[in-house]
Design a protein around this ligand. Structure first.
Ligand SMILES: Nc1ncnc2c1ncn2[C@@H]1O[C@H](COP(=O)(O)OP(=O)(O)OP(=O)(O)O)[C@@H](O)[C@H]1O
Length: 234
């Protein structure tokens, strides 16, 4: 579960996040929409403890720890470009990550995770420097699976992915949510947001101006609503 209450962040004079309240329940996928500069990345940065808020409260997976520690313990983050150790293979990257978590996985356990995430077999033992964006996203998912993350934070996860990779990625995210993870994804991809998310909110100038249950909307309706919502706040 993700609970954000009255989150505020300023950069000098600029109010990037303005008293934001937002909740994402276990098993729920929430799409955080909004134009450039709306405060999506700042919100995500605060969730992960990368950015220090000026006010408000953040709770991840019921933890009362400071956000950075709670994120280290409970969250997995998949950035637009998943950073890997370029000279290590996919298997070695996952092994390294799992050792940081205090685990000693067998090669078979790592391969089972890579298989589950759909990383092509031919890539398992190749250096990550040759990986495509979609392959990197899959390794990111493996790390979330390995960690048993209760919170999954995604920043523009589908930008630059081809439609097939994007659909495959969406299925993996849904599988993690079905295991009980609370998922928040900042995105400009309204099509994928409508396909994948359960709920979405529109952030403008650091405030949520609208929220919808996506199950209530017809195909294509999200874009109309979104543009209408922005128009009303122009
Ligand atoms: N490190 C920073 N220093 C100063 N201002 C910043 C900093 N990071 C973000 N901002 C400002 O805070 C506001 C929110 O930015 P943020 O990156 O969170 O928006 P965003 O919704 O993620 O935008 P985008 O869709 O373009 O990624 C913007 O006005 C931005 O210029």
């Amino acid at each position: 579960m993700i609970r954000i209450e009255q989150l505020t962040k300023r950069y000098g004079e600029r109010l990037a996040v303005d008293g934001l309240d937002l909740r994402v329940g276990p098993g729920e996928i929430y799409a955080l929409l909004g134009p450039n500069g709306a405060g999506k990345s700042t919100t995500i940065g605060c969730l992960l403890g990368f950015v220090r808020p000026d006010g408000g409260r953040i709770e991840l997976a019921g933890s009362t720890l400071a956000p950075a520690e709670a994120a280290i313990r409970h969250a997995a983050y998949i950035a637009e470009n998943v950073a890997l150790y370029e000279r290590l293979t996919g298997v070695e990257n996952v092994e390294f990550f799992m050792r940081l978590l205090g685990r000693r996985p067998t090669p078979a356990q790592i391969e089972a995770l890579l298989e589950r995430a759909g990383l092509p077999r031919h890539a398992w033992h190749r250096p990550a420097q040759g990986y495509s964006k979609g392959m990197r996203q899959k390794v990111g998912i493996v790390m979330a699976l390995a960690k048993g993350a209760q919170v999954l934070v995604l920043d523009e996860p589908t930008s630059g992915l081809d439609p097939e990779a994007s659909v495959a990625f969406g299925a993996l995210v849904r599988a993690l949510a079905d295991q009980g993870a609370a998922v928040i994804m900042a995105t400009h991809d309204l099509l994928r947001a409508q396909e994948l998310a359960d709920r979405c909110g529109v952030l403008v100038a650091g405030r949520l101006i609208d929220e919808w249950n996506l199950g209530d909307l017809h195909a294509g309706e999200l874009e109309r609503n979104y543009l209408g919502s922005l128009g009303g706040h122009a």
